[in-house]
Ligand binder design. Sequence first.
Ligand code: BTN
Length: 248
Amino acid sequence: PAVEFGLEAPFSIDYHDSVGSTNDRARELAAEGGADVAVLADEQTGGKGRLEREWSAPAGGVWVSVVTRPSITPAQAPLYTLAAAVATATTAREAGVDARIKWPNDVVVPVGDDGAYRKLAGILTEMEGQPDRVDWLIAGIGVNANLDAEELPEGATSIRDEAGDVDRRRFVQRLLEEYDRYRTDLDTVVPTWRELALTLGQHVRVDRPAGEVVGDAIDVTESGALVVETDDERVTVSAGDCEHLRPV
Ligand code: BTN
């Protein structure tokens, strides 16, 4: 395997050549009481995406799930998802990729300047807890790293395509360092998210549980919700799928 042990990471590493889903393995570790551990796999045979989608995860990518036990309420959990997105975009930028963030947590590379993009990485957060406190939280991060165009889903890109191959061991190390930095300094997450956002300044359509909203994406709140200005009101959207329609 190209990813080796000996990572100097701020988390202990649970490494697999091949696993169904690193998030599922992370759930097992969390249920056993594990904390501050990163599950890492060369390949996933049943990678999971958001909204019950499949996530293609062949060898060559970076597939990692970090288990933490933060002292927060479930309402603050979205901030950890944004932290993972900011950490991923920052690490990809160090690798020479113009990585930006599409709300809430897709790491994308712009194509042209009209809000179009290709997806480089995605985040799947899972958690368990009571209404007043989180028991454990898993940040599952998937980065199309050293993958060929033929190995990517439609609309995706890879670090290989954008900037050339990375040393995956080094990449994971930096990614975990950045995630650790942002999760321990949560106040810096939203300001950095704003700087990296591709969505702000776009006319968007957001599909959310309460129905569709179309308007201008003008900001994110301190808890990471998207503020959309429609013709007659300002709507704050805390969860949903966002489509860039055109620049404002
Ligand atoms: C998305 O739909 O954008 C989220 C994709 C998340 C994929 C990562 S890969 C590592 C971790 N394990 C999984 O099964 N999914 C996440």
